[in-house]
Design a protein around this ligand. Structure first.
Ligand code: G4P
Length: 529
């Protein structure tokens, strides 16, 4: 038992959220560098290397040179066991990216200092808010010309609606970047040499009012720093760990992932300020991670990783206890006892077979088609279910039908199964049958996945007509008669697989217009599995 407590206490499971190109991959690489998991930065699936990576996963993945799945990186650092959940962000952005956040205990938000808060960051941030998880901000690329740091703070506060607390503060940016002032330690860490980011750069700590610092940064930056510090101490919010742990305040750090500057400080503060896995909500109350009995929930299903076997992998987040290979478990939703065979942990480019794993860890297990997203796995004799995972609003829609009308059955079977795995969402227009199906996806690549899989696995060729609609909302007010909603000209009434009513819009403003026109109407961006 002592071992269980120790193992779980040292776990930190988090996701990195950012807009493409902000530096997520680079930052991940640098974390690994500190963890000793790699010797030289540059070995994590970069965009370039991914093109050449040999993958036995889906054909489409090979064709595109990208990874369709998200995976987890685990490494040890300074006595901690760190799990970084990969949240795909480029073309492979999908609903899985959102679902992965449901498995994380905290998030690191990477912002490009010259771009500020970008679209994808906003979307991912909203999902983090659903669970009030701690969010740590890393403002990256300070070695390039950056926006004013005060303006960046204002932007985070106004656009994302979260209070900020700068933990360190930059001195200059771009060619003028000289380092950061650590507000707690009250010293300046200087930014000196480039080493192409391959190794940790040399830096030294100087007193904030020392002549050495003045000599190094020059009169102007020195004075700006003194003024900034005064302003920050007077005007910025006090650091409040309570608020941080509930996602109400974000500690902000400045640095440069590429040149390795500010990473170690960030990682150390982050590990100190975040907690080990916390209790998770279930239908019988909260379940402690330290409960000796194993439990987990499925947050992602990856289909057809090996085409020859048509197998699926169910990704589970362990919420309590210890998992041991070959143990008997109980699948709540399937009401069945089973053995989880072949548990795997998916690293960036390899899979390794696991013997044991603990609360906080992610495992991928072979799934013969029995699991659904949100399912709970526990030990025999324990029958509770973890709180479900929401379905997230798709942003791209297409009308889909089969080319050969004789293949109607396979078509319905195919789209229904693929929807059950969570790769796509399917809708029907109100008051019509399944003649024409509306498919909604979070990332457009899923349209290609759907087409590819229907052809390859179900032998059905489809026709897809993209729709101009981008905004979908679940109707959540119980007394609303959907047929009588006073709509806008771009509004469509649809229903999901379970018959839940939704509204589809071309324009975002139309959502508010419809809310204004219909008293008592409630709409949500999130549905339930
Ligand atoms: P992502 O995973 O968030 O999409 O971003 P990624 O780390 O791939 O970084 C995007 C680009 O930004 C890369 O350059 C990377 O080298 C650069 N970058 C990341 N952090 C910093 C930083 O702190 N300073 C500077 N100056 N650049 C940074 P690229 O040329 O697009 O890609 P690559 O050819 O280097 O792979």
């Amino acid at each position: 038992m002592a071992n269980l407590k120790e193992e779980i206490s040292k776990r930190r499971t988090f996701a990195i959220i950012s807009h493409p190109d902000a530096g997520k991959t680079t930052l991940t690489e640098k974390f690994l560098l500190y963890g000793g998991a790699i010797n030289l930065a540059g070995s994590v699936k970069g965009k370039k290397t991914a093109k050449h990576a040999v993958s036995d996963w889906m054909e489409i993945e090979k064709q595109r040179g990208i990874s369709v799945t998200s995976s987890v990186l685990q490494f040890e650092y300074d006595g901690y066991c760190i799990n970084i959940l990969d949240t795909p962000g480029h073309q492979d952005f999908s609903e899985d990216t959102y679902r992965t956040l449901m498995a994380a205990d905290s998030a690191v938000m990477v912002i490009d200092a010259s771009k500020g808060v970008e679209a994808q960051t906003k979307k991912l941030f909203k999902v983090c808010l659903l669970r009030d998880i701690p969010i740590f901000t890393f403002i990256n690329k300070m070695d390039r010309d950056a926006n004013d740091p005060f303006e960046l703070m204002d932007e985070i506060e106004s656009v994302l609606g979260i209070a900020t607390c700068p933990m360190n503060w930059p001195i200059g940016s771009g060619k003028e970047f000289r380092g950061v002032y650590d507000r707690r330690a009250k010293h300046v860490t200087t930014f000196t040499a480039f080493a192409n980011g391959q190794k940790e750069v040399d830096s030294e700590n100087l007193d904030v009012d020392s002549p050495e610092l003045l000599g190094m940064v020059g009169d102007e930056l020195f004075q700006t720093l003194q003024d900034d510090i005064e302003l920050l101490d007077g005007a910025s919010a006090e650091f409040d760990i309570e608020k941080v742990s509930h996602g109400k305040q974000t500690p902000v750090f400045f640095g440069s992932a590429l040149t390795n500057f500010g990473i170690e400080i960030f990682l150390n503060y982050f590990l100190e300020m975040t907690s080990h896995p916390l209790p998770r909500k279930s239908d019988i109350g909260e379940i402690s991670p330290f409960d000796k009995d194993f439990s987990a929930f499925v947050f992602k299903i990856q289909a057809n990783m090996n085409k020859a076997h048509r197998d699926r992998i169910a990704f589970m987040r362990i919420c309590s206890g210890k998992f041991e290979a070959g143990m008997d478990v109980y699948h709540i939703q399937g009401k069945k006892k089973l053995k989880l065979s072949q548990p795997q942990q998916l690293m960036a480019q390899e899979r390794k077979i696991l013997d044991e794993a603990y609360a906080g860890d992610i495992i991928g297990v072979f799934d013969p088609g029995i699991f659904s997203i949100g399912d709970t796995i526990s030990v025999p004799g324990k029958t509770f279910a973890y709180e479900g995972i929401p379905t997230f609003a798709p942003e791209h829609f297409a009308k889909v039908r089969q080319v050969d009308t004789m293949k109607r059955k396979q078509f319905i079977k195919g789209v229904t199964q693929i929807a059950q795995e969570g790769a796509i969402q399917i809708f029907q227009e109100y008051n019509t049958g399944m003649e024409e199906i509306i498919v909604g996806v979070v990332g457009v690549l899923q349209f290609d996945v759907l087409k590819f899989r229907l052809e390859n696995e179900y032998g059905v060729e489809i026709r897809m007509d993209t729709m101009p609609h981008e905004y979908i909302r679940w109707v959540t007010s119980p007394d609303t008669d959907v047929a009588r909603i006073n709509g806008t000209s771009d509004m469509k009434r649809v229903k999901d697989l379970k018959g839940n009513p939704l509204l589809l819009f071309i324009h975002e403003w139309a959502v508010n217009t419809v809310l204004d026109k219909n008293k008592g109407l409630e709409l949500s961006e999130f549905g339930r599995w």
